[in-house]
Design a protein around this ligand. Structure first.
Ligand code: BG6
Length: 486
């Protein structure tokens, strides 16, 4: 049966940071570009007492902080769609207020931008209020749990109210243009796929570096750390998209089946090899972007054993990737914001060049920059220009495709990852959302790392804010005969 197009969103946690900065702005941009269905309604809800005009002031304030500005005609249309409801959605009375606000809407969807500890009570209240039927979609933010066990609890509680096809688990990285472009790069070109395996690729690196610190978010972050906050979800999703087999089509389950197979093939990290294969770090005071910044413990106000940096070697035990290490690293307070995937090809099997030129030889590398700039570059060996003593000299040059420049102007690539994802929920397309078994397989592997850390008593090593993490991160990759791509 076709999924009806949604005609309203109920946004829980509407006064929170995510809703204010990302979700409401995304809805506004979708409206500006004519993507919201006619008559589509936005019911924003949180416990804070305020009326709709006061809430709209907050939304407008957040929008004006952005470079795109606010267009009066779009803003007027957007305001007409939006109602703010002050309600405790875990209670019958709160759910009843939402019912009133939703009168006339036949297929609303619910977006829970709230703590997972409230999911069960909110969904139970929605069901009791008669707001859930077989088509009602529910959107969940990460973290879905803190480990396999707690993620199962959440998934089971939601499963009691919603079918799996009604649950849309967000990983906002999947909404990024650049991340989707990975699928296009791999499966809309014949060029790379025959080379995309252990016969040709030496290793893969995935770096997600942020200059921001944890700041005010530490009450959440301190419980999770970089492993659970970034690696369990965003980085493993990137790894899956790089490593998965070609799906038969872009249907949600075709893509998700392939990703799950990759997660299941990840070799478990154990107590015996965790020290060789992983590094935890925590930032201390330093300088980022020319500004002196505090260390993590000063932000938190006391000592902490939580990592703000993690680097590790992952191995995918299947035919395509056997023997190809995947080096992952992510950290806060790094020298620059950079999300990058780099595939290092093997060196030429035999050099026909003289000794001096052979020393110039650098193996090919495909670098996919996802943030802040969207760039794909392939390093190729060339003859160095001019004549030289003792034969031809060689040099490595990038063949570079700047997607940012290529897509300037009309048809420019979309701004906020959530825009794509919200539109997909409206149309009921779950391809870019994470299925229950994916989340749980990712936790199973991450739990293995966390358990091995605990058994080995591996504590975070300090690194100065503004550096590329503790020295152990360099030692880790060098131990396996490679170096981080800078
Ligand atoms: C979130 C994490 O999921 O992703 C944050 O909780 C992190 O800690 C953020 O800063 C990074 O997202 P982006 O889109 O800025 O790379």
């Amino acid at each position: 049966m076709p999924v009806p197009q949604a005609d309203a969103i109920v946004l829980f946690g509407a006064t929170g940071d995510l809703a204010r900065r990302m979700l409401l702005a995304s809805l506004y941009f979708l409206d500006a570009d004519g993507f919201l269905p006619p008559g589509f309604r936005i019911v924003a809800t949180a416990r804070t007492e305020m009326d709709t005009p006061a809430f709209l002031d907050v939304v407008r304030g957040a929008l004006t902080e952005r470079s795109e500005g606010v267009e009066p005609a779009v803003w007027a249309r957007f305001c007409a769609r939006l109602t703010y409801v002050a309600a405790d959605a875990t209670q019958a009375e709160g759910a009843a207020r939402l019912c009133t606000a939703l009168q006339g809407a036949t297929s609303p969807f619910f977006y829970l931008a709230i703590s997972p500890s409230l999911y069960e009570r909110v969904t139970a209240a929605l069901r009791a209020a008669g707001l859930v039927d077989d088509h009602t979609r529910i959107v969940l933010e990460k973290p879905i749990g803190r480990d396999l066990e707690t993620s199962r609890e959440i998934n089971t509680a939601l499963g009691a109210v919603f079918g799996e096809n009604q649950i849309f688990r967000i990983d906002h990285y999947l909404g990024k243009e650049t991340v989707q472009n990975l699928i296009a790069l791999r499966f809309a070109n014949t060029l790379f796929e025959p080379l995309w395996n252990n016969l040709t690729i030496d290793h893969v690196q995935i770096t997600v570096a942020e200059t921001e610190g944890v700041g005010e978010r530490w009450p959440y972050y301190d419980e999770y750390g970089a492993l659970r906050d970034m690696l369990q979800n965003h980085m493993l999703q990137l790894l899956c998209l790089v490593a998965m087999e070609p799906p038969a089509d872009m249907e949600p389950d075709s893509v998700r089946n392939e990703k799950v197979k990759v997660l299941r093939s990840l070799r478990r990290v154990t107590r015996a090899d965790v020290t060789d294969r992983s590094v935890r770090g925590q930032y201390t005071p330093g300088v980022v972007g020319g500004k002196a910044v505090e260390g993590y413990e000063a932000e938190r106000g006391e000592k902490s054993g939580t990592e703000t940096f993690v680097a590790l070697r992952a191995d995918i035990d299947n035919w395509r990737w056997a023997g190809v290490p995947f080096f992952l690293r992510t950290g806060k307070r790094m020298p620059e914001k950079r999300t990058q995937i780099s595939l290092q090809f093997k060196p030429v099997p035999h050099s026909i060049f003289g000794l001096a030129s052979t020393q110039d030889l650098v193996a090919n590398r495909l670098v996919i920059d996802l943030q802040p700039d969207e760039d794909i570059s392939l390093t190729l060996m060339n003859k160095a220009p001019g004549i030289s003593q003792g034969g031809m000299r060689l040099q490595s040059m990038p063949l570079s495709l700047s997607l940012l420049r290529a897509y300037e102007g009309p048809g420019a690539r979309r701004r906020i990852a959530y825009e794509r994802l919200l539109l997909d929920v409206i149309h009921g397309d779950a391809t870019l959302f994470v299925r229950r078994d994916e989340v749980e397989e990712a936790w199973r592997w991450v739990d293995g790392v966390a358990d091995a850390w605990a058994e080995a008593k591996l504590t975070p090593k300090p690194y100065a804010a503004g550096s590329w993490g503790p020295s152990g991160a360099f030692a880790l990759i060098e131990r396996f005969g490679r170096a981080w791509s800078e």
